[in-house]
Design a protein around this ligand. Structure first.
Ligand code: AMP
Length: 412
């Protein structure tokens, strides 16, 4: 029995889960946010889904944030001593061409993550700060890195090379790397385990649709293709990201609006997608509620117009999602199952209904009553009708569990 920390350090936050392994039991979770912003930071701990500690105070950097997490564990008597923590697993967004599996942290591993900072300027520096803060706070404890890109390293070159000069690839590492690999790997494996399907010969399309979103073609249990590219801006529109477009949009809009390249990239990352298209919110629930409000008999003209914008934002995203699903169906020579996961994929019956409707040409048929049944939330369910040519599963993702499992695996 040992306690493992699964950590997701962002530029101004530290999200964590403490798990009992190998029992795979969640002991507690928490978040420290607004680190180093010069404002009041906020942190909380949750046990059994209930907030057990919630405080605001200034947190100047990640090292202080990590110390608050460890002090909180002792104060709440979640651990008697920090010696009970036998390993820490860190999510890392970009592992570039170097990592096709998780790795024990060494100086060389840290140097590679730093070398890849130009490919993930928002994420990799924060991961390094998080790793070093835990190394300092828990000396001698095993640190493991788990890469979002590792699962996608099995893609053949014709699926990850861009149609750009070859030297951009050989000299500058320009290629598709993918993202959310931990989630795609986890839900595709859960699908195989749940249905007793052998990996060999299996064809699964996993749709990780949360605030960030990507789709992966998983053939023989391995990634064959995925929608995210050099960075998580690629693919289809998400909560605040635009997804793929004609790259000339950048130079054109720079000239039209007098914007610099980094300002445009920032807009494409943070002010596009649902937020940009609807003008309302990045959160799919707000868009769904606005659509419902606009459909009421006494809706005002403004409510109706807003509902139309929200519907349009969804339609653009759903169309693009189905483009990818259709192309992966062709790429794999068929598909056994489509799997929905992450915040929206797991929770939005609206999204699943509209996407599956658009996939009728592939023989997809869902039991829409089951799709909308609130009691399926958090469960592994096949919502396809028995007559459907493709199974349609909802599988809750659990990236922290994969991280904790990898720490245990690499500790042996
Ligand atoms: P994630 O990035 O996977 O945490 O997903 C976050 C997103 O999931 C939120 O921004 C919401 O849009 C969406 N979400 C969470 N719960 C629901 C729900 N009950 N219905 C629709 N969307 C949801």
């Amino acid at each position: 029995m040992s306690k493992i920390m699964a950590v997701n350090a962002g530029s101004s936050s530290i999200k964590f889960q403490l798990l009992e392994m190998p029992e795979e039991q969640l002991i507690c979770s928490g978040l420290v946010e607004r680190i180093g912003e010069g404002l009041m930071s906020h942190y909380f701990f949750k046990v059994n889904g209930k907030v057990v500690l919630d405080r605001e105070l200034p947190v100047k950097d990640h090292a202080v944030g990590v110390q608050l997490v460890l002090d909180g564990l002792k104060e709440l008597k979640i651990v008697e001593s920090l010696d009970e923590i036998s390993g820490v697993g860190h999510r890392v967004v970009q592992g570039g061409p170097y990592f096709s599996d998780s790795a024990v942290v060494t100086e060389d591993v840290k140097a590679k993550i730093k070398e890849l900072i130009p490919l993930a300027p928002l994420h990799n520096p924060a991961h390094i700060v998080g790793i070093e803060a835990f190394e300092q706070a828990l000396p001698g404890v095993l640190n493991v890195v788990v890469f979002d890109t590792a699962f996608h390293q099995t893609m053949p070159i014709e699926n990850y090379l861009y149609g750009t000069p070859y030297e951009w690839y050989t000299e500058n590492k320009v290629r598709k790397y993918g993202a959310h690999g931990t989630s795609h790997a986890y839900v595709s494996q859960v699908y195989l385990d749940t249905t007793g399907t052998p990996a060999e010969g299996s064809k699964v399309i996993t749709c990780h649709i949360g605030n960030g979103a990507s789709i992966t073609a998983v053939k023989d249990g391995k990634c064959l293709d995925t929608t995210m590219g050099l960075t998580p801006l690629d693919g289809f529109p998400m909560g605040t990201r635009s997804g793929h477009m004609d790259p000339t949009v950048l130079s054109y809009i720079a000239e039209q609006k007098g914007l610099k390249l980094d300002e445009i990239i920032n807009i494409l990352n943070k002010k596009s997608g649902y937020l940009g298209m609807s003008g309302l919110s990045h959160d799919s629930r707000d868009l769904e509620n606005a659509i419902i409000a606009g459909e009421k008999a006494d809706a005002t003209a403004e409510q109706k117009a807003l509902a139309e914008r929200c519907r349009l934002a969804f339609e653009v995203q759903f169309k693009r999602i189905c483009d990818y699903i259709g192309s992966y169906y062709v790429l794999m020579g068929g598909c056994d199952a489509i799997v929905f996961t992450a915040g929206i994929g797991e929770n939005s019956a609206y999204l699943r209904e509209h996407i599956c409707d658009r996939l009728a040409a592939l023989g997809v048929e869902i039991d829409n009553e089951l799709n909308w049944d609130g009691s399926i939330r958090g469960k592994i369910v096949n919502i396809a009708k028995p007559t459907s040519k493709i199974k349609v599963y909802i599988i809750p993702t659990n990236e922290e569990l994969v991280i904790a499992r990898d720490v245990v695996r690499l500790s042996k």
